[in-house]
Design a protein around this ligand. Structure first.
Ligand code: TGC
Ligand code: FAD
Length: 390
């Protein structure tokens, strides 16, 4: 296995403070020692490395940006660097952390009552409870506003019914944040323990992507929950989309890690692989063009992520800017992985190198949390004032 060398052409490290560098280095060391040695086997076997969760909780990786309730209270830039290092290992483990933190703990923190926060946040932080986020349905992916899931009121309870599809961690979660329409037609967020009668989770098998991550479909057959399980501050689809802002931000950093790993692998490989007159392929102009493209785009992506992170830490990041980050960086990472795979020739399709796994993972990452084209339309709407979805 090739030893990773940092990718920093623009002196990004000099723009980070001591705490940020420390968080990055600690996470990097943990990923090197614990995730990278096992991840190829996990991906091949389609196994989520659950045994890593206690150590990740101890490192403060769950709900890392939240204050109190046992959470680490990291800045958004520190959190971004954590996501970068995790995804350098694998997008699947980063996905798990995104969901647990941004899509389960964040809505409870932002929209929950104090009793809900006290009950769930410390247990989610410690990894005792795992969560999932159910927004997408079989017929409503890019357009969640069309959702059919219902929460009917019946005395002191809600009765939830409907289907959710492509749900990360669905079958391993003890708690599901389910988005559904109430009797007035308003979309709300509901906390559903997954052992309640009528709740079913089934894993989606046969994925060629994110193989080390659990993805499930959920069926809710008249699942009864107390009225107090509704998130009181979640009002309408906008609240679900606010959670997506948090997750999309983390993805924008995470994919830089996958790209850095692919680029560095290709650079090292090109240095020792010789073709034509015993010349390293790195000495061929066309190979250099690919390496330069990757290094150039990674550098721009790093600066974009850091700037959006600084804005977020000041409470100034706009959803459109987060779309810019998610759209650009996922595209950059996927294109980097494809070029790296090309440079590795036949070895690019082998599991001896991490490139193909990253490339396949990134096909999901560019699709979930809003596809590339949906983010184009979000940015287009912000620029022109005209929505072009329909
Ligand atoms: P629209 O009318 O534009 O908006 C409805 C309300 O929401 C507000 N809003 C936002 N608020 C906060 N943050 C945002 N990013 C927001 N975007 C919109 C908006 O102001 C409005 O508020 P109000 O008060 O006026 O009601 O809604 P629309 O139905 O036209 O949809 C717009 C669109 C297409 C952008 C949205 O539906 C969208 O983003 N679609 C993409 C769906 C998506 O990203 N799904 C992700 C599912 S979760 C997932 O993939 C997890 S992967 C997990 C892993 O990492 O493993
Ligand atoms: P569609 O919406 O059917 O889109 C198909 C194609 O049509 C895309 O190219 C899209 O860009 C294009 N398209 C759609 N509408 C328009 C338009 N108006 N204009 C132009 N082009 C358009 N969801 C959750 O709720 N929770 C999760 O935990 C979760 N985890 C996931 C994990 C994985 C591995 C994957 C792959 C998905 C996950 N998702 C999750 C679902 C994900 O958010 C959706 O797949 C995504 O939002 C796209 O929806 P779709 O797959 O239904 O595609």
């Amino acid at each position: 296995m090739l030893k990773f060398r940092d990718v920093d052409l623009v002196g990004l490290a000099s723009l980070l403070n001591d705490d940020e560098r420390l968080v990055r280095d600690n996470t990097r060391a943990w990923v090197e020692d614990n995730l990278i040695p096992i991840i190829e086997d996990c991906a091949r076997e389609g196994r989520f490395p659950r045994e890593l969760l206690p150590a990740m909780a101890a490192l403060g990786l769950f709900g890392a940006t939240l204050q109190g309730y046992g959470c680490a209270g990291m800045s958004n830039v520190e959190y971004g660097l954590v996501m970068q290092e995790l995804e350098r290992g694998d997008s699947g483990l980063r996905s798990f952390v995104s969901v647990q933190s941004a899509l389960v703990m964040f809505p409870i923190y932002a929209f929950g009552g104090e009793e809900q926060k006290q009950r769930w946040l410390p247990r989610l932080q410690s990894g005792e409870v795992l969560g999932c986020f159910g927004l997408t349905e079989p017929d409503f992916g890019s357009n969640p506003a069309g959702m059919r899931a219902r929460a009917r009121r019946d005395g002191g309870e809600y009765i939830l019914s409907g289907e959710k599809m492509w749900i990360t961690s669905g079958s391993i979660a003890q708690l599901a944040v389910i988005w559904a329409r109430d009797d007035e037609g308003q979309i709300g967020g509901f906390l559903v323990e997954t052992d309640r009668p009528g709740f079913q989770a089934q894993d989606i098998h046969g994925k060629y992507s994110l193989r080390a991550s659990v993805t499930s479909s959920l069926a809710l057959h008249d699942v009864r929950i107390p009225l107090g399980h509704r998130l009181p501050g979640a009002r309408g689809l906008g609240s679900a989309l606010q959670c997506l802002n948090q997750a999309r931000y983390g993805i924008g950093w995470g994919v830089i890690g996958a790209a850095m790993q692919c680029y560095d692998t290709a650079l090292q490989y090109a240095g020792f692989r010789r073709q034509f007159h015993d010349r390293p392929i790195a000495g061929h102009q066309l190979v250099q063009e690919k390496l330069v493209w990757m290094a150039n785009e990674i550098s721009k992506a790093q600066l974009l992520a850091l700037q959006i992170g600084r804005l977020k830490d000041r409470g100034e990041a706009q959803p459109m800017q987060i779309s810019l980050l998610k759209r650009n960086n996922c595209w950059m990472a996927l294109e980097t992985a494809r070029r790296a795979r090309d440079i590795l020739g036949a070895n690019g399709v082998a599991s001896e190198y991490p490139v193909f796994r990253h490339m396949a993972n990134l096909e999901s990452v560019i699709t979930y949390e809003g596809t590339h084209d949906i983010h184009t339309l979000i940015i287009g709407e912000a620029l022109t004032g005209l929505a072009a979805y329909a």
